[in-house]
Design a protein around this ligand. Structure first.
Ligand code: ATP
Ligand code: MG
Length: 278
């Protein structure tokens, strides 16, 4: 089952002759139950793609389908919006207790108190933060706050969870533990997810399939092993840069000289330049 489909989607900024393309996606599908990793260098258009798919910002042209039905991004029905949750790099928690932060969405939806309490505790437990239920959210560490913000998103049982760089501010052990827990939670709950990251390791660990963006264009889409083994010409500089760095980090004797990590730097620069005009 295809949850979301984009066809000929174009996002432009500026007007007339100053119009600049920041995203072009010929075709992209999000399948039920999968984790789609959206990767690419800074400024590649990843957040723009996420906001487009999450129906937060309408594209300049193109079509979006949800479960096969065309959606007008300027008039998204509340029933459809409720099937999606979004988590950003900086957790947007309210100045109240952890418990209340996770409960508030359920209150808005009229979930009775007893049921609300049960679900909040269940999700705090799944993200290993139940012991923090009474703590004020603004006093949490970055890793704890991100766990709470994921619990807050998932307690609403969304059909799709959209995440934009949710681990970027976390140190490695915190990030690794959270990624493992999140992956297990997404699998258990069967939630479809889109994970935006510039970190190839994060994406390959978490995702089933990858969408590679370079210079505002979708340059490859496919299962993780396929993208790693056979990057397209335009995806290759980014993908091979990461592969090369991982290989060198593991295998090179440490001589003190800094290795030339990205052998195709010139191509990378060229690939980064966004297209102009429509
Ligand atoms: N409203 C806007 N007006 C002008 N330019 C914009 C606007 N929104 C995005 N851009 C430009 O579009 C490009 C893509 O932005 P986007 O935020 O999608 O990139 P990204 O891949 O998420 O980058 P990062 O990894 O740094 O978060 C950037 O060059 C950005 O400056
Ligand atoms: Mg971004």
């Amino acid at each position: 089952m295809i949850i979301c489909e984009l066809n000929e989607v174009h996002c432009l900024v500026g007007r007339g002759r100053r119009a600049r393309s920041i995203l072009y996606v010929e075709h992209l599908r999000l399948r039920q139950g999968e984790i789609l990793g959206v990767i690419g260098p800074n400024g590649a258009g990843k957040s723009t793609l996420l906001k487009t798919m999450a129906l937060l910002e309408p594209p300049s042209s193109g079509t979006l389908l949800y479960r096969g039905q065309p959606v007008d991004p300027a008039r998204v029905p509340a029933s459809l919006r409720r099937r999606m949750s979004t988590v950003f790099q900086n957790p947007l928690l309210l100045d109240m207790s952890v418990f209340d932060n996770v409960a508030i969405g359920l209150s808005f939806r009229g979930v009775p108190r007893k049921e609300r309490s049960k679900r909040v505790n269940e999700w705090l437990e799944r993200f290993r933060v139940r012991h923090l239920a009474r703590q004020r959210a603004r006093t949490l560490s970055g890793g704890e706050a991100q766990r709470v913000s994921l619990a807050r998103a998932l307690v609403l049982q969304p059909e799709v969870l959209f995440m934009d760089e949710p681990f970027s501010a976390l140190d490695f052990p915190t990030k690794a533990a959270l990624m493992e827990d999140l992956k297990a939670v997404l699998r258990e709950s069967g939630t479809t997810a889109v994970l935006v990251t510039h970190d190839f390791l994060e994406a390959t660990f978490m995702a089933d399939r990858l969408a590679v963006l370079v210079g505002g264009e979708l340059v490859q889409e496919g299962p993780v092993p396929e993208v790693i083994a056979r990057p397209t010409e335009r995806a290759a500089p980014f993908v091979n840069g990461w592969k090369s760095m991982a290989t060198q980090a593991i295998s090179q004797p440490k001589t003190g000289a800094s290795p030339h990590v990205f052998p195709e730097d010139d191509h990378l620069e060229a690939a980064r330049s966004p297209r102009t005009g429509a």
